[in-house]
Design a binder for this molecule. Sequence first.
Ligand code: MSP
Length: 529
Amino acid sequence: MMGSMSDGSSFYITTPIFYVNDVPHIGHAYTEVAADVLARWHRQAGDDTWFLTGTDEHGQKILRTATANGVTPKQWADRLVESAWQPLLKTIDISNDDFIRTTDERHEVNVQLFLQRLFDAGYIYTGEYEGYYCVGCEEYKADSDLVDGTGEYEGQKVCAIHSKPVELLKERNYFFKMSEFSQRLLDLYEENPNFIQPESVRNEIVSFVRRGLTDLSISRQTFDWGVKVPWDESHVVYVWFDALLNYITAAGYGYDDEAFASRWPATHIVGKDIARFHAVIWPAMLMAAGLEVPKQVFGHGWLLVGGEKMSKSKLTGIAPNQITDTFGSDAFRYYFMRAINFGQDGSFSWEDLSARYQAELANGFGNLASRVIAMVTRYFDGVIPDAGVLDAPDQAIRDTEVRVTAAADAAISRLAIHEAIAQVWQLVDELNGYITLQEPWALSKDPANRERLGTVLNTAVRGIGTLAVLLSPVLPVATSKLWTALNGAGAVSDQPIRSAFDWAGGTTVSALEPLFPRIETSETDGSAA
Ligand code: MSP
């Protein structure tokens, strides 16, 4: 798996673990794809990559859903993981190395270990909690998080995110002394400005912590679907405290010190709505335990449908396979990574998806690849010609290959996935322009131009091979078909990405399977999908 360029750097990347109260929609799939593209890129760069995803199965929200469906919470979680969350990973071609469930023994046991250590170190005390709780968020709410309800909730305070009533809690709970970490967190944000990205999320969190942190209630006593507090089994651990620990329990914390030392710390990809848990509570927990804080927390934007954050509870949810059944997994991956600036909100529309599929994937990249392979087959019996003397346009293509490879890699290191793709697409566009101008079909008519024709097609073949390597993290299916047609060495997903332009292949080309088949327009308006 490691390429020759390997510098052996460790790259541990995570997605949030998803609540299993419901089935996935394209907002969840969006997070998965972003993390997957980054993981695949780093693997191809030779980094020692580990990509974790999984499910968040405890807490009141899941308990209530299970009860409403007449099953135990574990039965419910098993059903959802098997029928919906694991299959999602196949639907959108996710290359995760591990899948953690918070009901795994490796998780539950080591949540208890972590908690016991914090207790022994004096960071946990008993107290009285009184305040509001939103079961949808699984979060304690400040008055400023609440708004006046409307319609059936008229006269009640509701959660600003879920528009549903909050519940008044009055319980004797265990508390984590989070307030002690305000200054250390502010120092961390200052010393490492990349710790929270993008800037908008960072600013919001810095000003939140500047107002001062309160201690955090980390246990519940009124229900029992959770990890038991080790020294007091009448309490279960607060679901967020439990869930955040997945990032270290999956990496070996408490049972495989070597794996843990080589993987941790991680880069966390999360939606901006949960960035605060990851950039405030989570590093404070780690500091208290004497562990390293995460490498980075990146809070991406929301997928909007009709101007609102897409969600199942607001009935705006779209299932990922509604898109992939028609357009395929590559197009799903490409569309969301290309059309939305990673870090900002973006609106989904069937029209935009369909237009980009046609213009960029089918006509831009797919057609380029099939024309080049077809011309080598027709004019040189499938033998890739050598290049003769390079003219300026031929050299320009080679220069672009080198330039966009470096620029895309730099963009990925900033997690600017959309920019990386835009850089690579300069090569798609330049190659299309190059072929139009060089007119190989015209050169083929006069045997005197044989060497020139060879140089042009050699340049074009080199270019599409470079594209296969560079686009493999985003378009794993199409690029592997192209790689097969180029008789490339090994699997395209193993090709060193930082030297994509140096790719090695066979001496001939083979037939190319269609990369982006034509889609009947009646299927692309969404109604048939
Ligand atoms: N279980 C918690 C995370 C615990 S991580 C230790 C959770 N789960 S979730 O299933 O509700 O959401 C998981 C992720 O999906 C979040 O990052 C959330 O932002 C993301 N998305 C949910 N709806 C989304 C959109 N409409 N758009 C983009 N991302 C969205 O929170």
